[in-house]
Ligand binder design. Sequence first.
Ligand code: ATP
Ligand code: MG
Length: 575
Amino acid sequence: MRGNMEKIILDNRYEIIDQVGIGGMAKVYKAKDRLLGRLVAIKILKEAYAEDDEFLKKFNNEAQSAARLNHVNIVNVYDIGEDMVNGRKLYYIVMEYVEGLTLKDLIEKEGSLSNHDIIDYSVQIAQALKSAHDSGIIHRDIKPQNILIDKYGLAKVTDFGIARVSSNATITYTSSILGTVHYISPEQAKGKIVDEKSDLYSLGAVMYEMAVGKVPFDADNSVGIAVMHIQDKPKSVKDLNEKVSDHLNRIIMKLLEKDPANRFSNASQLIEALEDQSFSLEDKKLEDTARIPIVVTQKREAKPKEDKEAVYISASDENDKKNTSKSSIRIWPLALLALLLVGIVYFFMTKSNDSRIEVPTVINLDQDMAVRELEKRGLKANISRTEESDQYDKGKVMKQDPESSIVVDLGTTVNLVVSAGREVPVPDLLGLDISQAEDALKEVGLTIGKTTTENSETYAKDLIIGQDPRVNTNLQTGSKVDIVISLGPEERIENTWVPNLIGTSEEDAYSLISQYKLSLRNVDYRESEEVEEGLVMDQSISQGTEVAEGSAIDLVISTGKKEEEKEEEVVKNVD
Ligand code: ATP
Ligand code: MG
């Protein structure tokens, strides 16, 4: 399909106009459907895939199930077909042609999107997911490249279910899927069976990118990224872009939870949360103990002095200018009341010497953080000792006295016991896959560190072939173990040169053959007047020839002059 495309007509019906994009397994063309007189997009499988029968079968099945879907936010699949063009069989999918750009392009153009736009697109994408999930179809490859934005601002999701075809049962960490791996869920990265919540995670990663212009995790190899999805906590969206509303921040971080059970339970719930600006209420309970919620609008100058006091944003959509003035009028009395409250608390906490306070829990906080938390509340901190611990990472507070919730005078000293961690022997990871290695490490309190890849002749693809530190080294719990992952055997065939073997001893010839990565096929023994017994007198490929590694070579070895021949043979055979 390279070269110029004019006048290629598939199935006597679809007239290719020009190429509009290229992906991992296909090229996408704009085409005209002559029968119905409309523009369509045609996705033609790349040749490599068109030769794989197994792949084609699944490709057809998936395309057929995708064709069942019918939703304004899903790119419509019209038809699938195959045709011979210039002696080559082409397999293709005919889809709704979407004039516009991909969400990836849009993010790249804008840097990051406004809260309003993020919500708008996310709701549309979630609607598409809901419709597909209701029909039992999981997308598996939600990424901004698979979301098209048309000229009316409609988001349209494409490639439903196709990912399953290209990635088999377990994910393959090759460079060809690099780019996809930025949005995969932890369970997908582990090669586990995925459900609709996996799509929600991927949408979370897409929303993250819309919000801050960057994917949640990046590394220089896809395995590294996959591991980060499995075990790293993403930086908060809000920390990277303060314009992101608390409302969206909470939703995105919830979608990116490692445990599917902690995400929304389905797309409908996500849509509800996106459309409900007060969604944050549910989480407030967790952090409200020492804080006073104040309702103010985002651009109020009447900010409370204590930044630490929670500021919950009600009209968090900054684009919604009309609403801002209206709601701020409504909110003024509330804000004043709240300010007054802050004032009262502030008065009691600072001016009044005999006031008492509840000790907060600082268990499992880093030592420094714990000290700060206590001092912030007018308490003193004292690190009394360290203790070995399996349960708490090194440097974390493991005990406190007085315990939390006890009411004490301001200025009281809270004694802390800090974990010294514990040394554990590094387990043997060789031959395990990533998910097994993660489990093995987790069991002893370690995690996966840097990952690199290498070819390996002995270990199958995706298995671990190296680790640092090595097995049984003692490591502090919480430490990381770097791993090297097999890419499988090197694919390209190396060439080698045939050395001169003539005149060398039989033994030397054998070692040269293996040194030059050749293989030995036949050895003949022949008498010779000129060549001394035991030396090579002929080689089947002549010296200096370039051949593929592993090529077979035949040798002829001299048995010396005629007279002695018989006797020598006998001796040889006895040997
Ligand atoms: P992968 O093949 O790994 O999923 P991808 O999603 O980037 O990667 P394709 O799905 O082949 O690749 O799409 C390639 C490009 O073609 C898209 O990025 C988009 O620009 C364009 N494209 C895809 N479908 C349509 C469509 N229905 N209408 C218009 N353009 C499309
Ligand atoms: Mg695609």
